[in-house]
Design a protein around this ligand. Structure first.
Ligand SMILES: Nc1nc2[nH]cnc2c(=O)[nH]1
Length: 554
């Protein structure tokens, strides 16, 4: 027997522990549902992030406040629409954006491309938030900035060993600290004549005296799109826990609340302009040093809590993306806490690239990739399934039934992303600037979205014609089986023959390698040895029903 310390570590670093793995690779069971406030509160961690302040000053300093304000109004409207649609979809399917992408045209392994897109965002934000905190620490205790970055970066390792439960509690308890801190700093700005005078132009500031311009507005929109697309996709991670039993009216308002409250209305229209005010009042674009300059220890403590709030969440999201990626491609499943540690170490290294200086550029790039992904999802859900009613099966997430790579979604995503990236970078690289090129460049993420959406049904028809079993055959490797009553527990669930956890009937599949017993989708996804034997034409499944006791493990 190992020592207690080692066994605790082994437990934390192993997969299959629902408390730490948070259904990263499986459907959320209905009994694990949360109320809408329970979904919104952890999401507020993103709404209070220091990055918003930095995005505000970055946009205002490049495009001027008049253009920024128009872009912010756009952001609220676009994010509300997109957020509601995606949050509703995940509450209905209990799938995260990644699990849904498997069935919505990408395939089991193909969808990992979206995990990469998603994961790069978290690394970016993680480094950004840590840099802000590290710079604040350095200014507060008078140490070199680089030392501050390393200290705060590594601080997150012990803080992130626990999963959703700890993140949720921390988010909930610290909201009042954030509000008091922000109000305190605003009062100080308004009471201090110098800061007040300096900050007076925060709603009208322009870098070179220019006012509203088409190029400026579209430039802001191109940048904010990186967040407009990301927040709804992130919200899906939480909305999949929504209570399935609510009345349609309650559900509408609850889900709309999730789309509008935690990281949308107040954040774009109040918090982001506050960032511009703090920048103008202190002359510092880094909110970390700005708050310490404004209110000393109060500024630092508030900043510390705010940044811990958000980076716990960033670490959680990043570790989910990494665990998905490695579980599927390499069948490497060391557990979420392991990936949290990797996030902290790599993120700390990234701080040294000075994320604060390239915010607009990174967000513009992410916008193109995220919008191409969303275009693919919409193309599948709304056009292929909704409008064209093609026979492509249910939205499947289980490896046992899915094709490894679905060329339909991968092609439309690649087409949309390539068009978006070409429009973003080719005009600048070839000196095709000004006029229509500037506007096209700024609209790149929308155009990439439109191209992915429109080409998706085209690819669906094209590949379906080439498949012996039509669209269905491109999406599904075999038809999902009904779980017979004999196998279900009294609660209507199925006990996984591998991990023995009871899961819902739409989260299991029969496994030939385990004597045709039923295993959960997570154990199925993590199997390194089976080589997807269940999809082989040489395997013959015995007829149902089959009781759990009939099946013996290998
Ligand atoms: N999830 C998330 N959203 C953000 N919005 C602004 N900053 C962040 C961040 O660091 N993480």
């Amino acid at each position: 027997m190992g020592s207690p310390g080692i066994s605790v570590l082994r437990r934390i670093f192993s997969s299959g522990n629902a408390a730490t793995d948070d259904y990263a690779n499986r459907k959320v069971p209905r009994h694990r549902s949360w109320g809408y406030w329970g979904i919104m509160l952890p999401l507020t961690g993103g709404g209070t992030a220091g990055a918003w302040l930095a995005i505000g000053s970055s946009l205002a300093s490049q495009y001027g406040m008049p253009n920024t304000i128009v872009g912010l109004v756009y952001a609220v409207i676009a994010q509300t629409v997109l957020g509601y649609v995606l949050v509703r979809a995940s509450a209905g399917t209990r799938l995260s954006s990644d699990l849904a992408s498997r069935g919505l045209g990408m395939g089991f392994l193909g969808s990992t491309v979206t995990a990469v897109v998603f994961g790069t965002n978290w690394f970016f934000y993680w480094a950004l938030e840590s840099q802000i905190l590290g710079s604040g620490l350095a200014a507060f205790v008078h140490i070199p900035e680089q030392v501050g970055w390393v200290i705060t970066g590594l601080l997150f390792i012990p803080l992130t060993l626990y999963g959703m439960v700890f993140v949720t509690r921390f988010q909930n308890w610290t909201i009042p600290v954030f509000v008091i801190w922000l109000v305190w700093n605003l009062v100080v700005i308004f009471q201090d004549p110098v800061s007040r005078e300096r900050g007076r132009d925060f709603l009208t500031y322009t870098p070179n005296g220019g006012g509203l311009s088409v190029a400026g507005i579209f430039g802001v929109i191109a940048t904010v799109n990186g967040v407009v697309a990301l927040v709804p996709l992130l919200s899906m991670e939480f909305a999949r826990f929504a209570r399935p039993t609510d009345s349609p009216r309650r559900r509408f308002w609850g889900l709309l609340g999730v789309a509008v409250l935690p990281q949308n209305l107040l954040t774009w229209l109040i918090y982001l302009p506050v960032g511009v005010l703090v920048w103008r009042a202190t002359g510092q674009t880094n909110p970390g040093t700005a708050f310490v300059a404004l209110t000393g220890w109060v500024g630092f403590i508030g900043l510390f809590v705010t940044q811990i709030r958000i980076n716990l969440q960033n670490t959680y999201a990043s570790s989910l993306a990494l665990s998905t990626l490695f579980a599927r491609f390499l069948r490497f499943t060391p557990g979420r806490a392991f990936w949290s540690t990797v996030t902290c170490v790599v993120g700390t290294a990234l701080i040294f690239v000075h994320m604060l200086d390239v915010i607009n550029e990174v967000l513009t790039f992410e916008a193109v990739m995220l919008f191409a992904w969303i275009g693919t999802l919409f193309g599948d859900y709304a056009v292929v399934r909704g409008w064209l009613r093609m026979d492509v099966g249910e939205i499947e997430h289980r490896r046992a039934y899915l094709r490894r790579f679905n060329p339909i979604g991968l092609s439309s995503f690649a087409t949309g992303a390539c068009v978006g990236l070409a429009l973003t970078y080719v005009p600048a690289a070839t000196h095709l600037s000004g006029g229509v090129w500037t506007v096209l460049s700024s609209l790149a993420s929308f155009l990439g979205f439109a191209v992915a959406l429109v080409t998706h049904p085209f690819y669906a028809r094209l590949y379906a014609r080439r498949s012996a079993t039509g669209g269905h055959g491109r999406y599904l490797a075999r038809s999902p089986e009904e779980v017979p009553a004999e196998v279900r527990t009294a609660a209507g669930q199925v006990s996984c023959a591998a991990c023995e956890v009871e899961v819902e009937v739409d989260d299991v599949a029969r496994c030939p390698v385990r004597s045709f017993s039923w295993i959960c989708s997570e154990c199925c996804s993590a199997d390194r040895t089976c080589r997807t034997a269940c999809q082989s034409s040489t395997v013959t499944f015995p007829a149902l029903p089959l009781r759990p006791s009939d099946a013996v493990g290998p």
